[in-house]
Design a protein around this ligand. Structure first.
Ligand SMILES: C[S@@+](CC[C@H](N)C(=O)[O-])C[C@H]1O[C@@H](n2cnc3c(N)ncnc32)[C@H](O)[C@@H]1O
Length: 239
């Protein structure tokens, strides 16, 4: 009885994915290896929709592995000749299937992989003054590491750009997000604008057994110089 109620609920709450990402899902499903982390359809659609709706071109992610989130991002930037850079600490064997998937999908020239710890790669991006429209954070998730990443991500993200986080139900990720909101003035996106319906939200709450969203995204509303820690010399605020 309980199982049939669960199945019925799953059926009526099932996510209706974006038609524009059907090709991406097909490619991922064709190479999918059980036990490996692939971006869920609804999360991939959020990345895709954010990039497409805002016309973002230069995108960055931390954490490539299977390449599924990179594929959503490459597909989203393709219509305006954009570019995606992934940073990932994994060795050649681990990233080979994902890199092949991107090559086969036609994105060899619009995607770069930096095989390095983000604590080395992000400072170089900062020092070289490269700027990005969109950043997806899905790497190492201790608070200290995330705090270092988001300090740099904030510096290299353009005003009006967006940053998205996987695993945002984790305490460390939530603390890092608080920094973004309270120190740097980032504002959370309007999820229904990106196919993240109330029905999906109910499904997530029931399946994750948590009120916390499993992934979240934020817009950089203030230029870095106008943010309190950089604009106010007396800035001090408890977290
Ligand atoms: C969950 S997987 C990424 C999945 C990918 N975003 C997707 O959806 O297809 C996280 C990856 O981040 C890598 N990683 C962990 N810590 C890292 C770090 N400090 N710098 C770069 N990559 C890291 C892990 O080795 C792993 O391959």
């Amino acid at each position: 009885m309980l199982d049939s109620v669960k199945n019925w609920l799953k059926k009526i709450l099932q996510y209706e994915a974006l038609a524009e990402t059907a090709n991406v899902r097909e490619i991922i499903n064709a190479v999918r290896n059980s036990g490996q982390p692939y971006c869920p359809d609804e999360e991939g659609d959020l990345l895709f929709s954010l990039i497409r709706k805002h016309g973002y071109k230069n995108c960055l992610e931390v954490g490539f592995y299977t390449g599924s989130s990179a594929l959503y991002m490459c597909d989203a930037v393709a219509i305006h000749s954009g570019h995606v850079t992934s940073i990932c600490i994994d060795g050649d064997d681990a990233v080979a299937p994902g890199m092949k998937m991107l090559r086969d999908a036609g994105y060899a020239n619009t995607h770069d992989l930096i095989q390095e710890n983000s604590n080395q790669a992000l400072p170089r991006k900062f020092l070289s003054n490269e700027k990005f429209d969109f950043i997806f954070i899905d790497g190492w998730k201790t608070f200290d590491h995330l705090a270092f990443e988001i300090y740099l991500a904030n510096q290299i993200l353009k005003q009006g750009g967006a940053i998205a986080f996987d695993d945002s139900q984790m305490v460390s990720v939530r603390k890092a997000i608080k920094l973004l909101q309270q120190y740097y003035g980032f504002e959370e996106i309007d999820y229904p604008e990106h196919n993240q319906s109330l029905r999906l939200r109910i499904f997530q709450i029931l399946t994750c057994r948590s009120w916390q969203r499993p992934y979240r995204a934020f817009i950089k509303t203030l230029a870095t110089e106008a943010q309190p820690p950089f604009g106010e010399l007396t800035f001090h605020r408890p977290l």
